[in-house]
Ligand binder design. Structure first.
Ligand SMILES: [Zn+2]
Length: 349
């Protein structure tokens, strides 16, 4: 089952924003694409949830992944995105993974990889995809390749590989259609592709392409993802054991925590509750001490003990305020506030 969603048209209820259709087969998916392809802002997500024992019910405990997207969005020009699409496709090919490309309708392209549905526990999904991305990234930066992608940044991609993306032959607000691209199109460059994208492409049989893609990628991708999940699970177990042993050490050596950098949760809470008004006064709007302020632009919520400056954009609780004002780290700010609390206890009692 896939999630199937579209943005509502101006006269439609915003509740249509995410409408989930049950899609059990590629034929049904293709039918929906035909029926909805005149709609702007149309997406299909790449993972779905259907428990084996209760067909038709949504189950968010398992992520079933059957397609991965790598999106290349270039702010400047399409040729950059195209170049990086090609390079990434080469790397995937080195891994025996076959990707297909499409033009997303503005200045971006995407590679996508189809394979048979592979169940990954939902809590592992993000990390599994992150590891997958690491492998691709390593390939981009090895041998004769020295490619640092500018249109696809690792930071945002790590968790995003399998998120929603646009379907082929659907219009983009730029006026271009999202069209599938073959290797020849990609080589012919940006102008050729813009020309192609002025209308939907029916010279592609997407159903056959997807089935072919699944057949080829099934030799590698589902197994690879499962292996990566094992790595994630193993890592988490090791981290848990390490945390446990650190906790044991901490309990055994209470002296260290008094002399060391350790502050307890309770102490952080106590520091956090030190009133901002004692530092900046009782007003709701004051001059910001963090930037050259001509009009009072730092607003204080005394009830919640939070602050935000509309001039320099900084904000936070009282700990962050002391950090910013004094240019000190979190721990130092907590200790400083604890000292204030202690001092005031002595003065007022
Ligand atoms: Zn400010």
């Amino acid at each position: 089952m896939r999630e199937f969603a579209y943005k509502p048209l101006p006269h439609e209820s915003p509740l249509n924003l995410v409408r989930i259709h049950r899609i059990g087969s590629l034929d049904k998916l293709a039918g929906l694409v035909r029926a909805y392809s005149n709609r702007p802002g149309f997406y299909v997500s790449v993972y779905a949830f259907e428990p084996e024992n209760r067909p038709g019910k949504l189950d968010y405990d398992t992520a079933i992944i059957d397609r991965l997207y790598l999106d290349f969005d270039s702010k400047e020009d399409l040729s950059m995105a195209l170049y990086e699409t090609c390079m990434t496709k080469d790397v995937l090919q080195d891994l025996s993974i076959e990707a297909h490309s499409y033009f997303s309708g503005q200045k971006g392209t995407a590679n996508y990889i189809d394979f048979s549905p592979t169940a990954i526990a939902v809590e592992n999904k993000k990390e599994v995809l992150g590891l997958f991305w690491d492998i691709v990234h390593e390939g981009l930066y090895s041998g004769s390749r020295r490619l640092i992608l500018s249109t696809l940044d690792g930071g945002s991609v790590r968790g995003d590989i399998a998120r929603v993306s646009r379907l082929p032959n659907t219009p983009h607000k730029s006026g271009y259609f999202c069209v599938p691209l073959n290797a020849r199109d990609v080589r012919k460059g940006a102008n050729h592709i813009r020309q192609l994208a002025k209308q939907p492409r029916y010279d592609f049989d997407l159903d056959i392409i997807i089935k072919d893609n699944i057949r080829i990628n099934d030799r590698v991708v589902p197994g690879l993802l499962k292996n990566l999940e094992d790595v994630v699970v193993e890592r988490r177990k090791e981290e848990g054991e390490e945390r446990e042993s650190r906790a044991v050490q901490m309990r055994r050596a209470p002296a260290a925590e008094k002399n060391g950098r350790f502050v307890s949760k309770e102490e952080i809470q106590m520091a956090k509750s030190y009133p901002i008004s004692r530092i900046l006064g009782n007003k709701k709007l004051v001059f910001c001490p963090l930037h050259k302020d001509d009009v009072p632009s730092l607003s204080i919520n005394h009830q919640k003990n939070l602050w935000r400056c509309f001039g320099c954009g900084r904000s936070g609780n009282v700990i962050q305020l002391v950090m910013e004002m004094e240019g000190i780290c979190f721990m130092a700010a907590v200790r400083k506030l604890l000292n204030y609390v202690m001092y005031e206890c002595k003065v007022y009692t």
